[in-house]
Design a protein around this ligand. Structure first.
Ligand code: NDP
Length: 323
């Protein structure tokens, strides 16, 4: 069977991880390239998907039968807080163009990407798939959150009106090679890796905001990539699936920072600034019960190994990384 799989956002953290898995897993295996498959990894240079015409041109060029839709304006806490209208508008335009174009070009299947950070701010934990819309998101990222939540609404509307096979994935915090390591705008792990690297290089303290106590779930981008490939091949329902490590595999920011000092060989240790206001929520665990029930066997990469691979990539690619 021939399939053309277009990965939008194919040049980013998750897109590069999918490309890595497709190229390195044994051919014909559960996550490797299958006979008859063509994979296209598109970035914003191939099409600015805020633009309807460029999106249509990209679809007409490659004629995808399947789409993993990752393209998005993505950022950490500061970027989200400072640019709410931009996060709302850019992501709404991108998602609307991709789903509309997929429908009119009769694309067989689209998996789009939400995030556990779009869940309601005040909600009972653990997060589960049916809680996405049960209350307003945290004020700091409501632009990004509402744009992402609308994807789930659109998927259901397209299924009901046009019978489209559109669905979505909800990953937790992702990290890995090709991440954005910008000190101000990155997510916590890449930002701390970069900070620790500079502290080691300049002989300065490695300062970490907050007291290090909050707990978070982190998924290695190459594990997440396998889960997307599974969802593409083996899951056909409009209902979203949380793609995450187990809810009990939370790690404290303190432990993350200490692991980073180990991985980078920074001997002086992390200094926590202890301003509780910088902590964010204590924990916001997400359940991966639905995923594990459906996928059966799946081995997540141990955190320390994934971190070592990420740090090694960062050091090897410092000159060209997003910093
Ligand atoms: P990155 O920032 O690493 O990559 C974003 C990708 O989107 C890049 O390929 C970028 O292209 C592309 N892109 C951005 N704007 C446009 C545009 N206007 N038109 C076309 N393409 C565009 O993001 P991630 O890989 O981290 O995120 C992938 C998906 O996962 C996103 O949907 C995100 O919301 C979601 N997610 C991410 C999490 C995380 O912790 N990183 C957590 C949960 C969900 P280019 O680089 O060529 O400009």
């Amino acid at each position: 069977m021939s399939a053309v799989i277009l990965v939008t956002g194919g040049t980013g953290l998750v897109g590069k991880a999918i490309q890595h898995v497709i190229e390195t897993e044994p051919e014909g295996s559960r996550f490797g390239q299958r006979p008859g498959e063509t994979w296209i990894f598109a970035g914003s240079r191939d099409a600015d998907m805020r633009d309807a015409k460029q999106t249509l041109d990209l679809f007409e060029k490659h004629k995808p039968t399947h789409v993993i839709h990752l393209a998005a304006l993505v950022g950490g806490l500061f970027a989200n807080r400072e640019r709410k209208a931009t996060f709302l508008r850019d992501n709404s335009l991108i998602n609307d163009n991709v789903l509309h174009t997929a429908r009119i070009t009769k694309t067989e299947k689209v998996i789009s990407c939400l995030s556990t950070c779009v869940f309601p701010d005040k909600i009972d934990y653990p997060l589960t798939e049916e809680k996405v819309h049960l209350g307003p998101p945290h004020d700091s990222n409501f632009g990004y959150a509402y744009a992402k939540r609308m994807v789930d609404v659109q998927n259901r509307a397209y299924k009901e009106e046009f019978g489209c096979n559109f669905t979505s994935a909800i990953p937790t915090n992702v990290f890995g090679p090709h991440d954005n390591f910008d000190l101000k705008h990155a997510h916590v792990i890449p930002a701390l890796i970069h900070k620790c690297y500079l502290a080691k290089k300049n002989g300065t303290p490695f300062k970490v905001m907050g007291d290090g106590s909050p707990l978070r779930q982190f998924i290695y981008s190459r594990d997440l990539a396998k889960l997307f490939i599974w969802q593409l091949r083996e899951y056909d329902s409009v209902e979203p699936v949380i793609l995450s490590v187990d809810e009990h595999d939370e790690i404290s920011i303190r432990s993350v920072a200490n692991s980073i000092t180990r991985a980078l060989g920074y001997g002086a240790g992390a200094q926590f600034e202890n301003e509780i206001d910088d902590n964010g929520q204590d924990r916001k665990p997400a359940s991966n019960a639905k995923l594990m029930k459906l996928i059966g066997e799946f081995e997540f990469t141990p955190f320390e190994q994934a971190l070592d691979e990420t740090v090694a990539w960062f050091l090897d690619n410092y000159a060209n990384a997003r910093i």
